[in-house]
Design a protein around this ligand. Structure first.
Ligand SMILES: Cc1ncc(COP(=O)(O)O)c(C=O)c1O
Length: 381
């Protein structure tokens, strides 16, 4: 039985089970040991609320936290674990990042010089890691330049060059030529640096897709994996799911109206649904502003009293209409809690179900819950 720690004060809320997150973390840790797990908590822990999730993962034994930018890094410093900005560092972020001992990625020599200068100015040493582009095509030092950049970085004052990392764009394809070649090139770079006396203690490449599909990326000489979506029990819609992880979230709302509409009545904007018989129709207090994909219109389901109820018509911003025809008169009333994602057994509605209907991936679904959706942490007890 899962009970919210606090009573939701919103029409729509997402319940995040911290015990499940912790179990998922331990599964990942077990699967990749002796490598350590860095928890990727960017974008407010993928929109689920970073504070409590970080607190739990810190206790569970995460080796550190990875984020996208300074604003996300600062609240994590208090846990006393390494906090790393994975992507580009902007000029205005450098002084505060250095002051707070955030680990910074070196994407080119110029940024390394700026971080060094600021570290000298503050009289501190900053840990940096080389961010190498082995095939993502987004950010980082290209293979032919890595040795030169590394040799320059080690000469710069007040920098401690401790690590190197790169990122897979299609790890869900598994050990295909692309990811395998990327890992091989990356290992070649590490080896070449070592031959020139630059031995880097932290070496990482694997994200969730790689943890499930690329065993070669989760063994020494790599030292860490960077896990994000797997912590939430979600996977890319493509690729295999080697780990047995549990979904951590349920999205819930209230039924606000139950009415019987006559045959011939249409439902919602665009009149995309016309009733062919008198139908018991429910209206729930969640719409696309809360993160329900518009593609659920006339296609998706929600759970009322554990029973799947089809969505009728087009979703609107604040409301969605459903068929309650499978219930007897008076069996469900306004105020009933409705599960949009969650539930048990075969009728469970998952993040991946929505991703499939929307033609997207689970990251997009989780990151799209609206700002008025309350994030409520729950536990198993
Ligand atoms: C560089 C980097 N590493 C790791 C991750 C974590 O990815 P995932 O959520 O697939 O585990 C991300 C997220 O996009 C990333 O940008």
């Amino acid at each position: 039985m899962t009970e919210p720690d606090v009573t939701p004060k919103s029409r729509v809320w997402v319940e995040i089970n911290l015990d499940t997150i912790e179990r998922n973390f331990h599964h990942i840790q077990e699967a990749v040991k002796p490598l350590q797990v860095l928890a990727v908590l960017k974008a407010n822990a993928y929109g689920l609320g970073v504070e409590k999730i970080a607190e739990r993962l810190n206790r569970a034994g995460a080796a550190g936290f990875c984020v996208a930018e300074l604003k996300e890094a600062l609240p994590l410093v208090k846990f006393g674990k390494p906090v790393q900005i994975l992507g580009a560092v902007l000029d205005y972020e450098i002084p505060e990042a250095v002051r707070n001992h955030i680990i910074l990625g070196i994407t080119d020599l110029e940024v390394a010089r700026k971080i060094s200068m600021e570290s000298v100015r503050q009289g501190v040493t900053t840990e940096v890691q080389l961010k190498v582009d082995t095939g993502m095509g987004r950010l980082g030092i290209l293979e032919p330049d890595v040795l030169h950049v590394a040799k320059e970085v080690v000469k710069l004052p007040n920098l401690d060059l401790k690590g190197i990392y790169t990122h897979f764009p299609i790890a869900y394809h598994g050990a295909d030529r692309y990811s395998f070649a990327q890992a091989a090139r990356f290992l070649g770079i590490i080896e070449k640096l070592a031959q020139h006396g630059i031995v880097l203690e932290k070496r990482h490449i694997a994200n969730s897709d790689a943890i499930n599909n690329c065993p070669f990326a989760c063994v020494p000489p790599f030292t860490h994996v960077r896990a994000g979506i797997n912590l939430h029990g979600s996977f890319d819609t493509e690729g295999q799911r080697a780990l047995k992880l549990e979904p951590v979230l349920s999205l819930k709302t209230y039924l606000v109206a139950v009415r019987t509409l006559p045959a011939g009545h249409t439902i919602g904007y665009g009149c995309t649904c016309k009733l062919f018989r008198d139908t018991r129709v429910g209206t729930i207090a969640a719409g696309y502003a809360d993160g329900l994909p518009l593609n659920l219109s006339n296609r998706g389901y929600v759970l009322v009293k554990g029973r799947l109820c089809p969505i009728l018509g087009r979703l609107s911003m604040d409301y969605t209409t459903i068929s309650l025809d499978s219930f007897e008169e008076g069996e469900v009333k306004p105020g009933e809690i409705v599960t949009c994602i969650g539930g048990e057994g075969a009728d469970r509605i998952t993040v991946e179900d929505w991703a499939q209907i929307k033609g997207t991936h689970s990251y997009d679904i989780i990151c799209s819950f609206g700002t008025r959706v309350e994030r409520v942490c729950v536990t198993d007890h």
